[in-house]
Structure formats: C-alpha cells, structure tokens
Design a protein around this ligand. Sequence first.
Ligand code: FAD
Ligand code: NAP
Length: 537
Amino acid sequence: MAEQRELDALIVGAGFSGLYMLHKLRQDGFVAHVVEKGSGVGGTWFWNRYPGARCDVPSIEYSYSFDPELEKEWRWTERYAAQPEILRYLEHVARRYDLMRDITLETCVTAARWDGKSNRWKVETDKGDTFDAQFLILGTGALSVPRMPDIPGLASFEGTVLHSAQWDDSVDLAGKAICHFGTGSTGIQLVGEVAKVAGQLTVFQRTPNFAVPAGNHPLPRDYLDKLLPHYRQLRETARTSPLGWSHPTSPGSAKEDDPEAREQRLEQAWQAGTTGLLQAYEDLLVDEQSNAYAADFARRKIAALVKDPEKARKLTPQGYPLGSRRMCSETNFFDAMNRDNVALVDVREEPVETVTADAVVTAKASYPADVIILATGFDACVGAIRAIDIRGRDDRAIRDEWDMGPRAYLGLAVEGFPNMFTITGPGSPSVLSNVVVSIEQHVEWISRCMVDMREQGASGIEADAAAERAWMEHAHEVAHSTLFPKADSWYQGVTRDGRQVFMPYVGGVGAYRRKCDEIAAAGYQGFRLEHEQEEVA
Ligand code: FAD
Ligand code: NAP
C-alpha cells in the first residue's frame, strides 16, 4: 500500500551512504527514512554481482570507521574482499543497527519538489508513496546508473545480454561463446574470471587501461587482533590523508632517482597492490616526466606478462598519463589474455559494424556469441541525481541546471535547491578517494549541520551562488594543476555545449575535510540560513 509520511529527512539509496546517514540521523534524534530501488541493501555491492567483483582499497579501510565495536566484531577474510563478503557486511550493518524498519525497498524515487511555503520537500516514488520531509538527502551513488553502449544491432541479439551492474548469476557461462565489451576496472576483473569457464571469449576493447596486480591474499585469523590496538590511528591517518587511506605516498620525484634506483622503487610499488604504483613518487600526478617513467615501467610489465606481442601491443596504453584514468586492479586479466580461448579485438582498429542474432560482426570477422557482456560503465557522478525529477526554488529542474555542467558547493549542496544534500556529489573527493571515508565525512557533516540548524531554530539552508561558483572554479583550477584532465575519462562530464567539466575534487581528502569543517565552524560560510521569521546572511 502506498505510504504517506512526514519526516525530518528522506534519504535516497541504501548503500554505504544511505545506511550510515539513517543511523547517524537517528542517533541525533531525527526521524528519517530510506527509499531504495533494489530489493536489498548494499548499493554498489548489491548490484555488481559479476564474477571477480571486489574492492581495490584494502577492506580494513574500505569499511565503516564510525563504531569501534563494529570494527572489532567484523573479520575480513581477504585483503580485498569480494562482492559477496562486502554485501554480507552491509547487510550485517543494517541488522546490527536495526535499520531495516526505516528502509523501503524495491521503490524508486521519481520526483522531488521544493515547497518554499513550508520549507519542505515533497517526494514521490514509482509506487505512489509521498513523503513530506524537511531535508532531502541523495545517497544515490556516483556509480549506480549503468551505461548501455550504442552498439549497432544490439537489440537484434537473441542470446543473453548481461550488464556488469545488473548481473544475473543464474546465467551459466560454462562452455559458452561470449563477446565482452569494456576493459575498465570492471571489465578487467570480469574477463579474468569469465575466461576460465567460457568456451570462447572475445574481448572488445576501446581504450587500453593501466592495470596493476591486486596482490590480494587471505587475511590470517589473528590479523585483526594484531591490528586492533592501532586501528583508530590507522583510521585517523586515512581521514587526514590525500586519498583516504593510510598507505603513504613516497616522497620525491622519479626524475631525481638514477635509473637503477627508480626501477627498484617502481618494482616495489608494483608489488604493493593496486594503488602502490601511483604512490611511488609524490609528483606522479603532476609532473609529466616523472609520470612518463612510471608509465613506461607499467608498459614494459605488459610486454613481459602478455605472450602474444600483438595482444600486448593492443593492451598497452598510450597517449595519456598513468593514473589520469582510474588505475585498474588485475588478478587474472593478463593471464586470461594468454589463454587460447581468449581473443582481443581493438574496436578502434576493427570497429563493430553490427550485432546480429548470434554474433558480433566487424569489418574483418564475425564473432559468434551466446552471451554478450557489457562492462561499459556508468553515467558517473550525476546520472542518478539527474534521473530524479528534482525541482528546487521557482520550479528549477536540476537536470536542466546541470546541463551546463554539474555544480555544487563543496559537492554537498546546490544553489536553488534548499535543504538538499548530495553525498559524494560532484565537486567533492568522491570517486577519487577511498569512497567510504568520503561518505562518512559527508554524512557526519550533514548531520552536524542539521543539529546546528535545529539548535538555532533554522528551517532552511541553501548554498549561495557566489560561494558555489567560487568553489567550482577552485575545483577546476586544482584539477588543471594536475595531469588528470590530460585524459578522456569518465571523471569528466560533458556539458550541452561540449565543454568538459572535471567532476571529482582532487585537492585531497584531508584538506577537503578541513575546509568543510572550517566552513561549518564559521556559521556555514557560503550558505544562507533561513529562520522561521527572518532570513540571515
Ligand atoms: P551506491 O552504493 O551506488 O548506492 C546508491 C543506491 O541508491 C543504489 O542502491 C541505488 O539503487 C539507489 N538509488 C539510486 N537512485 C535511486 C532512486 N531514484 N530511488 C531509489 N533508490 C535509488 N570505491 C572505493 O573507494 N573502493 C573500491 O574498491 C570500490 N570498488 C568499486 C567496485 C565497483 C564494481 C563499483 C561499481 C564501485 C566501486 N567503488 C569503490 C565505488 C562505490 O560505488 C563506493 O565505494 C560506494 O559503495 C558508494 O556507496 P553509495 O551508498 O554512495 O552509493
Ligand atoms: P568504466 O571504467 O567506465 O569502463 C567502461 C569500459 O567500457 C571502458 O573500457 C570503455 O571504453 C568501454 N566501452 C564503453 N562503451 C563501449 C563501446 N561501445 N565499445 C567498446 N567499449 C566500450 O566502467 P567500470 O569498469 O564499470 O568502472 C567504473 C568505476 O567503478 C571504476 O573506475 C572504479 O571507480 C569503480 N570500480 C572499481 C573496481 C575495483 O577494482 N574496486 C571494480 C569495478 C569498478 P573507453 O574507456 O574507451 O570509454
């Protein structure tokens, strides 16, 4: 039956963001409710059930830090936990903090309208529910709207089509002819596993990516016991670090070392796991020459790992700096490329002409397919927010407002949309950090803001246009002082008039946190607070 509820806060999404937001608001005495599209909690880890899915930030850090008791009782079994274990963890969190009674599943928030008279949001769902809430909190995820590729003829395919983020594990891949698109972080994990069971696997690659061995391993049972006395310190280091994890970036420049020392340092970093290589020297993401040394090292690794020189050539990234596109974490990907049942098609050299009922056809060949796998990514950072018809002041639609590039003050709040918060929104560290650390920081900032407003008798808060513009300009300048914009990547949004806007904030997790805290301590500088009777600057 359709619900009608009055709330302090309506939270959209039940991933890491929504679950903690609900818990925190309850602790602070607010009435909050979560609406989630999926039939279970977990967000990313509910949807991305493809073989090989796992995190690439060590699990002891890619997990909540808000409760030391939770830390003590949950024992990660691997350095980088696989999807089922992360999903179990989030389900455990939902049970442990009794969250389910305030979560509505299998329901999509379709529209939200700001009512300036009551200073409240009117929220609608696809099930006909309506919520009347003072605050609208979007925990909708930066990577939650799967992107379907525009491949000619795909609709005429008569076999099974699987997107990595809408995986159906009842589909049996054993012995099948499989055509796979996409070699980003997901594709690289997936191919390594699918190759082991497929009859024939053809990988269609558009842009090769740098991939570093994950270095995953089981965590011994006593590992956590030894870690526990230091866990708080490790968390604090992560919170104040540039990237949101405790592993430090090594000082110096690759330009300063002689070739032998450089090779040694890069080799050590390569062996350290996913983020190791990028953290080998502190200037890798700002200095082209230093970066070129590390990129050349990674290219030589591919040549050594992939036996067929033609495959190795196709897999070797060229023309953009290492790390300017998301570094991938690989376990069996290069091994898969050495298997006889795996072929690699570079779609830039051999474009797909069409998909037929049972094959993918290029100018050179027809590749039979029982199953087509799409690891083709997401409408990143803004897709899930734009999918909701959100109307702010004067009926302004966020979809239209963001057509000319997403804008958000601190990546947290959007001018024209009072009492609305975007967890890991564009303009915040979000996907360029350990996202759980960034989520916790946003959740805690939002709840502190709501508590402060309650204490001050404020009913509304809205980002100021000038402060928002200044923040977005700052975020742009910081991004352009690095090598990130030198690559075409999903970090860049494209505006209606074709400009690229770099979406995550690259100024560093620790520095960003300090800035947000200073702004709150200064009475929410750059925001306008509305009280019942008066409006104050
Ligand atoms: P999500 O987990 O995406 O949850 C958002 C939820 O909102 C979803 O369940 C969605 O169904 C729901 N939703 C969206 N719109 C609506 C609507 N209109 N109505 C109702 N519900 C809605 N980050 C890292 O830091 N380290 C990693 O190792 C890492 N690995 C990743 C691996 C994969 C395969 C992917 C896809 C992402 C990974 N990420 C990683 C990023 C990951 O998305 C975040 O770490 C984190 O899980 C995001 O949590 P969230 O709650 O903000 O969003
Ligand atoms: P992605 O990085 O956007 O990769 C999508 C891939 O599909 C790219 O290789 C893209 O090529 C390709 N593609 C798209 N359309 C295509 C077409 N028509 N023909 C051929 N190829 C096409 O998406 P993702 O791999 O799902 O990863 C998204 C993000 O999720 C990651 O960057 C990361 O933040 C997170 N993630 C993390 C992990 C982890 O290890 N923990 C695992 C998975 C995901 P182009 O590059 O040329 O566009």
